[in-house]
Design a protein around this ligand. Structure first.
Ligand code: ADP
Ligand code: ADP
Length: 224
C-alpha cells in the first residue's frame, strides 16, 4: 500500500479549475516531484493533499485512510503525520516566538510535551537539522533564510510526520545554501523513511533530488 495515493484530485477557485483530475501515488522513502510552469497547479495540488482547503473532488488515501471522507475532528489526529514546508522560510515560524518555542509547540499541542525531557528533545531536533541549540533562543528574524528553513524542518519533525509536502523549499534561499538544505532533507529521508511530495519549478534541482517526476500543465498531469 502506498503512503499516499491521490486519485482524480480536483481543486477549484470559484469557477476556475486549478487542478483537473490529478492522480499519483507515493511510497514511504520516496521523493516524487511535481514540476511545471508557474500557475500549472502544483501548490494547489500540495495544499489539497494536506486538506488545506479540502479539494472539490477526488480521493486522498494517506496511510490507508481516505482523507476527503473524514470530518475535521477525524482528520485532526492525522494532520501531524503530513507536514508542509513552504517556500518562505519565515512563513511557518511566528515572528513573535523564539525558535525553541516554535519547535516545542507541536509537542505541546499534541500532548507529547514532557517538562523533563522536552527541552532536550527540542535541542536534539535543532542539532539534527544542523542548528546549534543556542539558535533556539533567537527569533526568526535573527536567523538567516537557510537557518530558518532548517528550523521549520525541525518544527515539522517534532510532529513525527510520515510525509513532508515540500513546496519550493529552497527556491527563496540564497543559492549558496540550497544544497545544504537539500542534503539535510535527503539525509532525513534515509534515516526516517519519510515520503516527500516535492514541488519545484527548477528542473536541475528536480533531476538531482527526486526519484520520480510528474509534469503538470494547466492543472493536468502531462507525463508520465
Ligand atoms: P507560486 O508560484 O508558489 O504558486 P504564487 O505567487 O502564484 O506562488 O502564489 C502565491 C500565493 O498566492 C499562494 O498562496 C496562492 O495560493 C495565492 N494565489 C495565486 N494565484 C492567486 C489568485 N489568482 N488569486 C488569489 N490568490 C492567488
Ligand atoms: P503553481 O503552484 O504551479 O504555480 P498554483 O496551484 O499556485 O500553481 O495555481 C494554479 C492556478 O490557480 C493559477 O491559475 C492560480 O492563479 C490559481 N490560484 C491559486 N491559488 C488561488 C487562490 N487562492 N484563489 C484563486 N486562484 C488561485
Amino acid at each position: 500500500m502506498p503512503l499516499l495515493d491521490v486519485r482524480d484530485l480536483v481543486v477549484r477557485y470559484g469557477n476556475v479549475t486549478a487542478v483537473d483530475r490529478v492522480s499519483f501515488a507515493l511510497e514511504a522513502g520516496e521523493t516524487l516531484a511535481l514540476n511545471g510552469p508557474s500557475g500549472c497547479g502544483k501548490s494547489s495540488t500540495a495544499l489539497a493533499v494536506l486538506q488545506l482547503p479540502r479539494p472539490a473532488a477526488g480521493e486522498v488515501h494517506f496511510e490507508g485512510r481516505e482523507l476527503t471522507s473524514l470530518t475535521e475532528s477525524e482528520l485532526r489526529p492525522l494532520r501531524p503525520r503530513m507536514q508542509p514546508v513552504f517556500q518562505d522560510p519565515y512563513g511557518s515560524l511566528s515572528p513573535r516566538h523564539r525558535i525553541r518555542d516554535a519547535v516545542a509547540e507541536p509537542l505541546k499541542v499534541q500532548g507529547r510535551w514532557d517538562p523533563e525531557g522536552g527541552p532536550a528533545r527540542v535541542a536534539e531536533l535543532l542539532t539534527r537539522v544542523g542548528l546549534d541549540p543556542s539558535h533556539g533562543d533567537r527569533h526568526p528574524h535573527e536567523l538567516s533564510g537557510g537557518q530558518c528553513q532548517r528550523a521549520g524542518v525541525a518544527r515539522a519533525l517534532a510532529s513525527d510526520p510520515r510525509l513532508l509536502v515540500l513546496d519550493e523549499p529552497v527556491s527563496a534561499l540564497d543559492p549558496s545554501v540550497r544544497a545544504g538544505v537539500l542534503n539535510l532533507l535527503a539525509d532525513l529521508q534515509d534515516e526516517l523513511g519519510l515520503g516527500y511530495l516535492f514541488i519545484c519549478h527548477d528542473r536541475s534541482v528536480v533531476r538531482h533530488f527526486a526519484d520520480r517526476v510528474i509534469e503538470m500543465r494547466d492543472g493536468r498531469v502531462t507525463s508520465p
